[in-house]
Write a protein of this length. Structure first.
Length: 271
């Protein structure tokens, strides 16, 4: 099967990109001296305001790529730029949402959202209003003084999303953010995230094992190969926004998921 836009990053695309990934590879050395290649020669440009979803089998290096964009890991080869600057360490322009919400149980919802503000030493009064506005945006107005244990799993992930957005980063990186949720909650959270991205205009890079989730959320879907991870294909998603769950029955949506699924066996990836 032909791979659309396979590893093609033109100079024009790079010029308008917020994230530039150029010939990036990652190799690990085990304690017994073995060399393990996680990623091989990744070339990718992510536009400002784009919703990019990376899908691939377990162990293909998706999370490694996300951590390098965040500055938590260093590439073995190549370089990553955010807004034109080479990423060498964690930077303010990124917010991260993990599979588990990782909320502090002794802190109330608003205080959990405000954590990046405290860590980065930002003006509390100014960002408190932003935190309240974000909680309202995700439907959690009135829950500001609740504790995490008083919220459902989906509500906790909404709090986690607000925490990632509160310091107004240019980029939000999401590592399987709905993987721990039940199927119905996961679908509702996808609808919610699609809406939040449209309303905030943030650049989002999300990694997932779920092909339907990728096709539902993305402007483009990047399909990765098994380890060592490379880019097998990039699929533009021309489905109109806003998107609702009715889209799951749309023939164009089904065709897209079938094209993506053709890259994998059932043993590698869900969907």
């Amino acid at each position: 099967m032909a791979a659309p836009n396979l590893r093609i990053v033109t100079a024009e695309a790079r010029a308008g990109a917020l994230i530039e990934i150029a010939s990036v590879a990652k190799t690990y050395h085990t304690r017994d001296g073995e060399v393990v290649q996680s990623l091989r020669s990744i070339d990718l440009a992510v536009g400002d305001g784009e919703f990019l979803v990376v899908v691939g089998p377990s162990g293909c290096g998706k999370t490694t790529l996300l951590k390098m964009i965040a500055g938590l890991l260093t590439p073995s080869e190549g370089e990553i730029r955010v807004a034109g600057r080479v990423v060498t360490k964690p930077h303010r322009d990124v917010g991260i949402v993990f599979q588990n919400a990782l909320l502090l149980p002794w802190r109330r919802v608003l205080d959990n959202v405000m954590m990046p503000v405290e860590v980065k030493g930002l003006p509390r009064d100014l960002y408190r209003k932003r935190a309240l506005d974000l909680l309202k945006l995700v439907g959690l107005q009135g829950f500001e003084q609740k504790y995490p244990w008083q919220l459902s799993g989906g509500m906790q992930q909404r709090v986690s999303l607000c925490r990632a957005l509160v310091h107004d980063p240019k980029i939000v990186l999401m590592d399987e953010p709905f993987g721990a949720l039940d199927a119905m909650t996961r679908e509702r959270m996808s609808v919610e995230l699609e809406r939040v991205q449209r309303e905030t205009g943030k650049t989002i890079l999300l990694i997932t094992h779920s092909i339907p989730e990728a096709a539902f959320l993305a402007d483009r879907v990047v399909v990765m190969t098994p380890r060592p991870g490379g880019i097998a294909a990039i699929y533009p998603v021309s489905l109109p926004r806003p998107r609702s769950l009715a889209l799951l029955a749309d023939p164009a949506f089904i065709e897209l998921t079938q094209k993506i699924r053709a890259h994998f066996s059932e043993s590698n990836i869900e969907g």
